[in-house]
Design a protein around this ligand. Sequence first.
Ligand SMILES: [Fe+2]
Length: 228
Amino acid sequence: MKTTIGPARSSIAPLEERIDRAIHGVLAAFPDAQRLSPDERRGILARYTAVLEGNFIYWMTAAYLAVTTDQAHAIIRANLLEEVRDNHPGMLRRFAIAAQAVPTDSDALAVHRNLQNVRLFVARLSAVKLLLMMAFFEGWITRFMPYLAELARYQGSAEREYTDVHGVCDVVHTQELFRALEGEMTQAPEPLPPATELLEGVDLLQALIHSIAQPPRGVIPEGVGGSR
Ligand SMILES: [Fe+2]
């Protein structure tokens, strides 16, 4: 295996820090579970499910298609295999059903615009930017699990598999994605754009997670009729 000491190592540390700050930022956007009404708790669980259930594997697949190094392919492949073999979308669906938080039309509409923005970004298949976004995604998911489990518990659910599995495995996945990123960055045509540009996907995903935390008020998504 290739060692990672050198320019790539020094360029990745500030990005890891930025992602860490972004994770803290989105975690802080979620209100204290105890202070929420049952309907607000259901809404967060449902919007989380609406975003994660059908998109995580698709975005990780996009990262697989975008990367160029053998190392990154191997790392993402292992991640995808676990998702598919262990049926993580099915696990999440069971979790949402048990918490009586299956997404409704209005839950889907609350995240619609920000979700579409992330999809447009993902479609561009930019390897380094996508890996940064997925490292942020995995890192956030891991640290979000205790809160998500708490919401479900308040909803009277005893279903724990999804939150237990994701609180553990994603720690490893996040670190692996940073390793994949280091390799990709050394392959990237020089010079790499500044950090603000590299974090484009992180910013878009941040906005999406904010709409899970607090649904935007008075926003009528495009293509669903009505006017603002
Ligand atoms: Fe998963």
